[in-house]
Design a protein around this ligand. Structure first.
Ligand SMILES: [Zn+2]
Length: 171
């Protein structure tokens, strides 16, 4: 079942201005290219050849993408609003499940790792407090549900609220 869903999952390419949003899409489990300092032409070419939706704040790029028959979306500046709009458009569930996340830094998938395995790569006090870790299969970065987790949850809760508003749930 998860396999089928994984195959259908939307893939994205985001423009230079949206590095932060790229990291969020990856955490949410979406294969996302961050086209930092790419020309529009290259962004459109890769979007087309890899079947990626273009996420941008640049109206010109948006228009060019749509004219080319590509999926494209303009997102507002505020992160929570951008997440809500992407969720509405692409049916993204605004919840982070690290087992399905991709590495925010490099976009590779993560795998679970034991405390034993990450020993020496995380601070000792983290090892004492956590037993579940994730390791990036690309760059090797180690992740755990640390103090930053609450911030992630708070941002997503706010994004879900705004999504409800977009859906016309009042407010
Ligand atoms: Zn990585």
């Amino acid at each position: 079942m998860p396999r089928v869903e994984a195959r259908r999952r939307k893939r994205f390419i985001v423009d230079s201005m949206l590095g932060g949003l790229a990291r969020w899409l990856r955490m949410l489990g979406y294969d996302t290219l961050y086209a930092k300092n790419w020309h529009d032409a290259r962004i459109l070419e890769v979007a087309e050849s890899e079947g990626r939706a273009v996420v941008t704040r640049d109206h010109g790029l948006y228009v060019r993408a749509v004219k080319r028959g590509l999926e494209a979306v303009i997102v507002p500046e505020e992160l929570e609003d951008a997440l809500a709009i992407l969720a509405l458009r692409f049916g993204i569930e605004l919840k982070v499940d690290p087992d399905r996340s991709r590495c925010p830094l490099c976009n590779a998938s993560l795998r679970r790792a034991s405390a034993e395995e990450v020993k020496g790569r995380v601070p000792p006090q983290v090892l004492e407090r956590h037993s579940v870790f994730w390791v990036c299969t690309g760059c090797g970065q180690v992740y755990w549900r640390g103090g930053h987790w609450r911030g992630i949850e708070a941002t997503l809760a706010e994004a879900r609220k705004r999504l409800e508003r977009l859906r016309g749930g009042g407010g």
